[in-house]
Structures are given as structure tokens and as C-alpha cells.
Design a protein around this ligand. Sequence first.
Ligand code: SF4
Length: 473
Amino acid sequence: MSDTRNLFNRVWDNHVVRELASGQSQIFIGQHLIHEVTSPQAFQMLRDRGLKVMYPERTLATVDHIIPTEIQSRPFADGLAEEMMTAIEKNCDEFGITLLDLNDDRQGVVHIVGPELGVTQPGMTIACGDSHTSTHGAFGSIAMGIGTSQVAAVLASQTLPMSRPKVRRVEVNGELGPGVYAKDVVLYIIRKLGVQGGVGYAYEFAGTVFDAMTMEERMTVCNMSIEGGARCGYINPDQTTVDYIRGRPFAPQGAAFEKAAEYWLSLASGPDAQYDDVVVYDAADIEPTVTWGINPGQSVGVSEEIGSVDSFPEQEQAGVREALTFMELEEHQPIKGLKIDVAFVGSCTNGRISDLREAARVAEGHKVADHVRALIVPGSQQVRKQAEEEGLDKIFEEAGFQWRAAGCSMCLAMNPDKLSGRELCASSSNRNFKGRQGSPTGRTLLMSPAMVAAAAIAGEVVDVREVAAPVGV
Ligand code: SF4
């Protein structure tokens, strides 16, 4: 009988340790990624109970959330940040875990460095105390964000009790137009399915659009699965996946790599794979997309107006009113022409080298508008180094952008990079919740890095297709 399981269920079945009386499964976690914010209490829980880390070699630590991207000398000016930094150094030392600290040129945002180093591989189960762990699903792994007590459970047992989600295949077929990027695709999907639409599901992204994407673009899509409510998102491994991983330091090498690659490709959902739900979209319907509200589902194509409140389903209308008030926007207002104060290119969604290249291509030969503060924050030290080798830093600096060190920066502003007051920020990050970028009243417009660069130069939201000659995906 043919195996009609999709990739998710194959990988899940491979990692079940046992079925629990609760109805959940105890799942083995192949790779645990930790960072300085959600790990200190977890290590303390281990100490309190006299436990060790079960597989230190399956745990990798980096520092990202609290890292200043301008002045990195120690002790950090922020006492709490310094405390977290000291704690992860002490914990990794005591429990035998590899830490990518600021002196390590492999340091960076946890969801950038895992793939970059070849730690993230198809068929794995991956957990990390950060919501955007779903990024790693781009490789055909089951990758999930977890809370602090679950971090402690994984450290102590390398397993988690979990309920198997349903699987929805989200197909996008056709060809993306110029200036339409992976970020626009995922914002479009979230707009269509809603921020709660994925609750109880894992999303399999499939179709010709994802087949044609690079791994970096696939990571951008999977990164935001969680913003659509999905437990995780993934893309079936293919030759693009194998080629990306080949030669990376933590990947298998030589004959072991060829054997692993064969296994990885065998996990992909076949033509007979079964799903709990399937939705299909046409790439031609997607244009550069901008959020106007306070969740990532509240977005429009850049040529569109914000709808009227009553054009939304009744259950969403109160949220739409709240968003319009907070954002100081009106029904039927075009998104284009909205004046911005800050521009941010970075984060685990769009802080990779391809993102910086696209932003630089738009910025080259132009100047950031006088009233705009613009930051470029590479997702890792390796991305920063690569960008400098390509001269992107010079392009940005000549245009008036600030060129920073690697970290989460203004994605969530647990570091000195913050909005102040009512500032409006064009941002390549993943969340536009109230207060997300450090000011309780600060406002965020999510968009692709090329669109952020274009907005920085124009001083307002513009259609990147009209101001540059975008390459597109
Ligand atoms: S860049 Fe943002 S979403 Fe990504 S790990 Fe850092 S804080 Fe989390």
C-alpha cells in the first residue's frame, strides 16, 4: 500500500517516543536552539531539581534579542541585558553547551544562524523559546516555538509532550510579478486565511511559487507561519534544500551527506499525500503588500485602499476599528503616501544577505529622506561580513542608512533600538502589534525589505515597482 502521509506526519511519526495517557505524544526533539531571553529561568529550573542537560550536543545557544547593535562594549548600558548575557554565558559553560557569543563570528539571530551553519536540516524536530522558530520549517523540518517551562523540559529530557496538529496545504501557483517578494506572499496568505486561520494546523507551503524560491525566501515565508496562527509551517525538501545545506559546517560531510540527502528527499510529501485542508492561490493576485493595522493579517496591496469597516466580517470589525484608531488611519485611505518616521531592515524574517542586496539595490544612488531615521541590521555576523565584502554597507551609508551589528534590533526592541512616541516605522520584521517596536504608542507597517528601502528614500510608503526596477522573487 502506498504511503499517503505528508511530510509533517512522516517526521512526526519518526519522532514519537511513546503515546501518553493524556492523548498527547511524547516527541523527541532533535535540535534545541536557545537564546538569552527565554533560557535563564529554564536553567534555574534544572538547578532547582538537580538535573543535567540530557544532550548538550543537541543544544546550540546564541545571543540576539538584547544585543545592542551600536555600542557592544561590556558591561552593556542596560543592566538587565547585561544580567541575561552573563546568565547565558554561565549556564552554557556550566552545562556544556556551545554558545555563539559576541566574540564568535557565527553569532546572530537564532533563526538566521541555525540554517546558516547547517544545524537546521530536513526531517528534524526543532524547538526554540521563540515564536518564529517556524522559520526552520523551510527545510522540511517540524520547527516550533516553545515557552520557558518547555525549554526546561527539552533541556532535561530532549522531549516534549505534544498534540498532533492537522495539516493544511497552502498552494500558491504561477509566477510572481516584479517587485513581489516572499514577504508579500506570506502577508497575502495571512490576510486571506486570517491571523487565527492556522490555529490547530501545520501549514505545508507548496506549489510552483515555493518551488521556485531560494532557501532564504522559503525561510521568510515559514518564519511568518506563526503570524497566521499555524503551529508551524514547512516546505518539502528538494534539490534547492540539499544544495543550500551542502558544505555547511554542522551538516554531514562527504558520503554521509549524500546518504542524508537521499533520506531528506524521501521525506517530501508525495502526489498522493493526504491533507486535512487544501487552499490554492494564484501568484498573479499578489502585489507588494503593506500592513495598515495592529496584526499581520491587516494588510493591503500597495495600490489598494484600506477597506471600510463594514467590508470586514462582523467578528473582525471591532478589531478593525481599534486598529484604525491606533494607527490614526481612516476607512478608504490609500496606504501609498503615508509618511513614515523610521525605516528598519532586519530581523529573522528579512535580515539575510538576499534581503540586504534587494534593499541596497533600491537604495543605491539615493538619499534617505531628511525626516527618516533608517537602520540596516544584518541578521548575523556572517551576513554582515558578506554584505561588507559586497560593498553593501557603503551603499547604505552613502544613502544615509545606519549600518549596524547583528541582532534582533527593532524587531522587538529589547535593546536600545526602539521607536519613540508615535513614530511610524516601515519595517521588514514580522509583528506589528501595539508596542512591539519599543514605544507603547509606536506604529509599525510591515513590508518587504525593498519596500522599506523605497519608503526610507521617499519618506513615505511608495510602490517599489514605481521607484526602482525590482528583480522580484
Ligand atoms: S528577530 Fe524578532 S522574531 Fe526573530 S528571533 Fe529576534 S525578536 Fe524573535
